[in-house]
Design a protein around this ligand. Structure first.
Ligand SMILES: [Zn+2]
Ligand SMILES: [Zn+2]
Length: 360
């Protein structure tokens, strides 16, 4: 076996301080002159896998206590102390300057020998991509099965745009319900979620349960309660309703965040700095909430009774005689023998917005 050093790490860390802390920083990988041509077109890649040698590591234990949690085998860990002390980290490539690769997310100390660099791309490196093409919610289903709420919340943030307590509560309720109902949603309206308000809470439900506005499995009841009922059509007598029993918990357990919320959101008079602080606190609280047992926050009603709408009908088409746009016939209005859309007919309609359902 031959292993060659091809580059060296430049980092502000001369000694290890823990991978999470080190990953928050930029580092430089200095590639040796003789391998420089090998970097041709590396800028085409957003991410790189860096293989490096833990040159300060000595010895190993096959079983030892891990940084987080219990004792485990060496090959279930990323410990630097291994029979062949090689580390592998995926980093973001920020820029290349000659033989220098500026990267983000590398947890290697200054002077670490790099033994290889490879491009990373999800189509090459995600082992379950083909399964996901067959079952779009493959990964989410798995996260629910393992109750990995951390990753579920992380992904839900992509939909919602920020992390907040009510988003986390939606994730907590949906992950619990889908596990209990053993539901794997394929977006064909067989699993429904009936929400009773449209707040951040419903985004947690839409993402985790896959019951969305677009696939007609998110039913909205304009009750203004933080509550949701999950139900499988095939088993409608076994609905599960989650009702937030203690909406004051934020004020009580997180007074600083509640105070900032009042100022920044309710009264719209917070500074940029206070907005930022609030988002940070919200993020912390959100990730704390998902650690809890759902019973802590919700009154959970089993076998809840709920009346369900039919599967979404396929409506016939109509054409507005004024603007010429096509619409569902059931939504058209007749005026003086003409078929019109509600916009052209200037007739009333319903709108779902931040105030709930309002008649316009
Ligand atoms: Zn939110
Ligand atoms: Zn029209």
């Amino acid at each position: 076996m031959k292993v060659k050093k091809i580059a060296e790490v430049r980092s502000k860390y001369k000694e290890p301080v823990g991978p999470d802390e080190m990953k928050k920083n930029r580092s430089i990988i200095e590639v040796e002159e003789e391998y420089l041509d090998g970097l041709d077109k590396i800028e085409d890649y957003e991410y790189l896998q860096i293989l490096f040698y833990f040159h300060k590591s000595e010895g190993y234990d096959l079983i030892s206590k891990r940084r987080k949690g219990s004792e485990r085998g060496l090959f279930t860990s990323r410990s630097p102390r291994r029979p062949t002390p090689i580390g592998i980290t995926t980093v973001e490539l920020l820029k290349r300057e000659g033989n220098k690769l500026h990267v983000y997310g590398l947890d290697a100390i200054d002077g670490t020998p790099v033994i290889d660099i490879k491009p990373y791309a999800s189509f090459m490196d995600q082992p379950t991509l083909s399964l996901q093409k067959k079952t779009p919610r493959y990964r989410i289903n798995k996260l629910i099965r393992y109750q990995n709420l951390h990753d579920l919340l992380l992904k839900t943030g992509e939909l919602h745009g920020h992390y907040c307590p009510f988003l986390a509560l939606g994730v907590l309720a949906a992950a619990d319900a889908l596990k209990r109902l053993a539901a794997e949603n394929d977006g064909m309206e067989d699993l429904l979620a009936v929400v009773e308000s449209n707040s951040c809470f419903s985004d947690g439900i839409q993402y985790v349960a896959g019951t969305t506005f677009g696939n007609n499995s998110l039913i909205y009841r304009d009750f203004g309660k933080t509550a949701v009922t999950f139900v499988k059509r095939e088993n409608s007598s076994e609905a599960l309703r989650y009702y937030l029993k203690d909406p004051d918990f934020i004020e009580r357990e997180y007074p600083e965040a509640a105070e900032l919320f009042k100022k920044v959101i309710a009264e719209r008079r917070g500074s940029k700095k206070e907005q930022q602080k609030m988002k940070e606190l919200w993020q912390e609280i959100a990730f704390e909430i998902i650690e809890a047992d759902p019973d802590k926050y919700f009154k959970i009603e089993e076998n809840a009774e709920i009346e369900l709408p039919d599967y979404a009908p396929i409506f016939a088409d109509a054409e507005c005689s004024k603007c010429g746009e096509r619409l569902m016939a059931a939504k058209a209005v007749q005026k003086d023998d003409k078929v019109l859309c509600r916009d052209c007919a200037e007739s009333s309609y319903y709108q779902l917005d931040g105030s709930g359902i309002v008649e316009k």
